[in-house]
Design a protein around this ligand. Structure first.
Ligand SMILES: [Zn+2]
Length: 203
């Protein structure tokens, strides 16, 4: 199996990876990109094909901002209940949209709800994916206030942390600049998953 499941990157470098699931979103993605640019930071998106399909320009903008784009799924369906061909369709169609918009393939995916099994990994492997990217910090931003998101994320800032956020609510967007500012005050950098991997000391 060429796929590695990862929740946190083993490093002592002061760097974390912010990830945005369930987008791209017409309002929240541009706001996130603006905040990232303002703080000289980068992030990694795990996009839904159904969201990306009519918003390929946002995928291009994410890429041009120096960020990574991995696959979440097409319909936000749980992959563990699907046949091999259905899993391949969920991952493959979304991968194709990312390639269409950016000309790039980042070999990362994050299964819906973090749910995967051996079949999911085998199908992802056959499509060229190398990393099943989960997370070490989950502020449950989709049901939290801006203040809760800020405090939960900052409580989890440590070397190599992978932080899951979602592009579905305004509080996350409002929390982002505060989080980026505090991360930088602590001497940390918010980097993409590929940048974080380069800082890995052992995997
Ligand atoms: Zn999701």
């Amino acid at each position: 199996m060429a796929i590695t499941t990862i929740r946190k990157v083993p490093t002592s470098a002061p760097a974390v990876c912010l990830t945005f699931d369930d987008g791209p979103h017409s309002i929240y993605t541009p706001l996130a990109l603006e905040a990232l640019q303002r703080y000289n930071s980068h992030a990694t998106w795990f996009v839904l094909g159904k969201q990306a399909q009519s918003r390929l320009n946002l995928l291009t903008d994410i890429y041009l901002g120096g960020n990574d784009i991995g696959v979440h799924s097409y319909d936000h369906i749980r992959l563990t209940g699907l046949s091999r061909s259905q899993i391949a369709s969920q991952l493959g169609r979304t991968k194709a949209l990312i390639q269409e918009a950016t000309g790039q393939f980042w070999p990362y995916f994050r299964p819906t709800d973090g749910a995967f099994n051996q079949t999911v990994l085998e199908v992802a492997d056959s499509l060229g994916f190398e990393w099943n990217v989960l997370w070490s910090v989950d502020p449950r931003d989709y049901e939290a206030s801006t203040a809760q998101i800020i405090s939960r994320v900052l409580a989890g800032v440590q070397p190599g942390a992978i932080i899951i956020l979602h592009e579905v609510t305004a509080p996350t967007t409002r929390a982002l600049p505060v989080i980026l500012e505090e991360i930088s005050k602590r001497g940390y950098q918010a980097v993409t998953f590929s940048e974080l991997l380069k800082l890995a000391e052992e995997i």
